[in-house]
Design a protein around this ligand. Structure first.
Ligand code: ATP
Ligand code: MG
Length: 560
C-alpha cells in the first residue's frame, strides 16, 4: 500500500529479531480499546502499529474490547470502534474478542492464585487501601487481612461472586510485596464488587476483574506474541509478568511500550472529549473539529491521509507533541492527488455582464484535475449573471491587487475576460452589492487573441446554474498549543470561538447537488470540501471545509 513506507522502528526490530531467532513463527498482536468513547487519532497510531505489524509480518491482529467496567461502557461505542477500525482499512478476522469472554477463565485463575496463597480477600475500604499503599519513598503497610487462610479467602471470594456483599465491602488483592519500589506491586487489587449488569454477560457477574489482571491474561489466552501499549504501562509491566508467571497461562506475551501520540491545539483524552460533548461546547463525538476518527471522517479526512500521518510520525519511546499542521499536510498531499476540482463561491457577489446576449447560456469545458487529464472534463454553464467571491473585488485596490477592481480586467476560469465598469452599492449601508461588467467574446477559454495579458483568474458560478449551500469553515478547536497546559484553569476556557464559522449563502457548481458524503472536492482557490454526512436532507446541503489549500497557520507563526 502507498502509505506503508516500510519505516524501521524499535518495535519492528524486536519482532524481526524474534522471527529470525525462531522465537515466534507467526506474530499475533492486538488492539484493545475500552468501549467508553469514540476512537481518536491517538488510537489510530496504535491501530496502525498493531495491525500494521501483523500485516507486514503476515501475522494476525485481534480487535479486543476491554470491557471490564460496565459502569462506563456502552454498545454504541463498540459499534463506532468497529466502524472506525474498518474505515481505516484494517480487518480483524471472523469476530472481535471481548475481555468479558474470559470472565470464567479469569475467575478460575484468581481461585488458583488464592489456592497458592498468592491472593487474598481484603476488607479495607478503597480509601484505606490507598492510604496504606505508601509513596515512592515510603513502603506501604500490610493489610490486616493479608494473613487470612486459603480456606477463608476461598469462602469469601465465592461469596463475593455470589452477590452476598455490597459494592466496596471486599476486594481480591494479589499478595506480592508492600515494600516493593514499584507501587504497582504493592498487593494490587485484582477484583472488585460491582453489582451491575454487563452488556454482554448480563447479571451473571457482580465481581469484575481489574485492568491489570485482565489484560495480561487476555493477551496470554489469545496467544498474543507482542503486546504493544503506551508508556504509562511501563511500570505495570512487572505486574503483567508476575501474574502470567503465577498461573498456568498458555503463553507469555512480551509487553513493549511506546510513546503516545499528542497533537497540539487539541485534546485527546476520552474523558475530556466527553466533557466537551456533555457540556455542549461541541455537537457530538463526531464533530468535525474533534480529533476523533469519526470527526475526522465527517470533516473529509481520508484513511490514506491518517495512515500516512501515523507512518510519518513513526514509533519511539520519546514523548512529543506533534504539530497538527503535519496531519493537515498529509491530508493535502492525499487530496491533491485524488480530489476532483469544482467551483464554488462561499461569499457571493453578483456580477451582471451587460453585453452578454440576453437569455443566452453557454457550455464550457472544465478539467476535473488540471494535472491529471485522465480524470476527464465536465461541462459547466456560463450566463449573463454570475457570482464571484466578495474577496475578489476591491473598490480602491492597490496596484498589486490582481483581482477585480473598477476599470480592471480579469479572467474567469474556463470562460472569458471581464472588465468592471460600474459598482452598485446598498444605499443605506454603502456595501457593494453588485458589479456591472462587460466581457470580451474573443477570450473564450481564457486567452486573448491579441496577446494581452491579465494577471488574475477568478472562480465563479452562473447564477442560473448553481445550487445554494451552507458552508462550514473549521479552525483549530483551541487557541493555545497545549490546551491542557494551564494547570490553574479548565481546558474549556481555551476554546477558539471561531473554530466553526457558518456561511449560509454559498453558491456551488450545479454538479455538486449529486455529491456523496465520502467524497472530497477541491473548490478551486478555496480549499477542500465535502458534503456533511449529518446534513444531507435539509433545505440546503452543508459542505464542510476539510482543509485549506495552504497552511495559513504556518505563515501566521512565521510572522510573529
Ligand atoms: P484516552 O486516554 O484517550 O482516554 P485510553 O488509553 O484510555 O485513551 P484505550 O481504549 O484504553 O484508551 O486505548 C486503546 C489502546 O490505544 C491502548 O493500547 C492505548 O495504549 C492506545 N492509545 C490510546 N491513546 C493513545 C495515543 N494518544 N497514542 C497512541 N496510542 C494510544
Ligand atoms: Mg484506557
Amino acid at each position: 500500500m502507498e502509505d506503508q513506507e516500510k519505516k524501521r522502528h524499535f518495535i519492528k526490530s524486536i519482532i524481526q529479531e524474534d522471527i529470525n531467532t525462531g522465537k515466534h513463527e507467526t506474530i499475533v498482536t492486538r488492539f484493545p480499546p475500552e468501549p467508553n468513547g469514540f476512537l481518536h487519532i491517538g488510537h489510530a497510531k496504535s491501530i496502525c502499529l498493531n495491525f500494521g505489524m501483523a500485516e507486514e509480518f503476515q501475522g494476525q491482529c485481534n480487535l479486543r474490547f476491554d470491557d471490564t467496567n460496565p459502569a462506563k461502557e456502552e454498545q454504541k461505542y463498540v459499534e463506532s470502534i468497529e466502524e472506525d477500525v474498518k474505515w481505516l482499512g484494517f480487518e480483524w478476522g471472523e469476530t472481535a474478542f471481548h475481555a468479558s469472554d474470559y470472565f470464567d477463565t479469569l475467575y478460575d485463575f484468581a481461585v488458583d492464585l488464592i489456592k497458592q496463597g498468592k491472593a487474598f480477600v481484603c476488607s479495607l475500604s478503597g480509601d484505606e487501601i490507598r492510604q496504606q499503599r505508601g509513596t515512592l519513598t515510603e513502603p506501604g503497610r500490610k493489610s490486616p487481612h493479608r494473613q487470612r487462610t486459603v480456606a477463608e479467602n476461598l469462602d469469601l471470594f465465592t461469596r463475593m461472586k455470589n452477590g452476598e456483599f455490597n459494592d466496596g465491602e471486599h476486594v481480591l488483592r494479589a499478595k506480592i510485596d508492600m515494600a516493593s519500589p514499584n507501587i504497582n506491586m504493592r498487593d494490587p487489587v485484582l477484583y472488585r464488587i460491582k453489582r451491575m449488569d454487563h452488556p454482554r454477560t448480563g447479571d451473571k457477574w457482580c465481581i469484575y476483574p481489574m485492568y491489570d489482571f485482565t489484560h495480561c491474561l487476555s493477551d496470554a489466552l489469545e496467544g498474543i506474541t507482542h503486546s504493544l501499549c503506551t508508556l504509562e504501562f511501563q511500570d505495570h509491566r512487572a505486574l503483567y509478568d508476575w501474574i502470567i508467571e503465577q498461573v498456568d497461562a498458555p503463553c507469555h506475551p512480551r509487553q513493549i511500550e511506546f510513546a503516545r501520540m499528542n497533537l497540539n491545539y487539541t485534546v485527546m483524552s476520552k474523558r475530556k472529549i466527553q466533557k466537551l460533548v456533555q457540556e455542549n461546547y461541541i455537537e457530538s463525538w463526531d464533530d468535525p473539529r474533534l480529533p476523533t476518527i469519526a470527526g475526522l471522517r465527517r470533516r473529509g479526512y481520508t484513511p490514506g491521509a491518517i495512515r500516512k500521518f501515523c507512518s510519518t510520525i513513526g514509533v519511539s519511546k520519546k514523548e512529543s507533541r506533534i504539530d497538527i499542521g503535519l496531519l493537515e499536510s498529509c491530508l493535502r498531499e492525499d487530496l491533491n492527488d485524488r480530489a476532483p476540482r469544482v467551483m464554488g463561491v462561499i461569499n457571493p457577489l453578483k456580477v451582471v455582464i451587460e453585453n452578454w446576449p440576453e437569455h443566452q447560456t453557454e457550455e464550457l469545458d472544465a478539467w476535473n484535475h488540471p494535472q491529471k487529464p485522465e480524470m476527464g472534463k465536465r461541462k459547466i454553464l456560463f450566463s449573463g449573471t454570475i457570482f464571484i467571491e466578495k474577496e475578489d473585488f476591491m473598490e480602491n485596490a492597490p496596484k498589486k491587487f490582481f483581482r477585480l477592481a473598477p476599470g480592471r480586467e480579469v479572467r474567469l476560469r474556463y470562460a472569458y475576460f471581464i472588465t468592471c465598469n460600474q459598482v452598485i452599492k446598498d444605499e443605506t449601508t454603502g456595501e457593494v452589492i453588485e458589479l456591472r461588467c462587460s466581457y470580451d467574446p474573443a477570450t473564450r477559454g481564457g486567452d486573448a487573441p491579441d496577446g494581452r495579458k491579465v494577471k488574475g483568474t477568478l472562480h465563479w458560478v452562473s447564477a442560473e446554474h448553481c445550487i445554494p449551500a451552507e458552508v462550514h469553515l473549521y479552525d483549530r478547536l483551541f487557541l493555545s498549543e497545549n490546551p491542557e497546559g494551564a494547570a490553574d484553569k479548565d481546558f474549556t476556557g481555551n476554546i477558539n470561538p471561531e473554530s466553526l464559522v457558518k456561511l449560509d449563502h454559498a453558491k456551488l457548481e450545479k454538479g455538486l447537488a449529486a455529491a456523496e458524503t465520502s467524497k472530497v472536492f477541491q473548490f478551486e482557490r478555496l480549499g477542500y470540501f465535502c458534503l456533511d454526512s449529518k446534513h444531507t436532507s435539509g433545505e440546503k446541503p452543508v459542505f464542510n471545509r476539510t482543509v485549506t489549500l495552504r497552511d495559513t497557520w504556518a505563515k501566521v507563526k512565521k510572522k510573529n
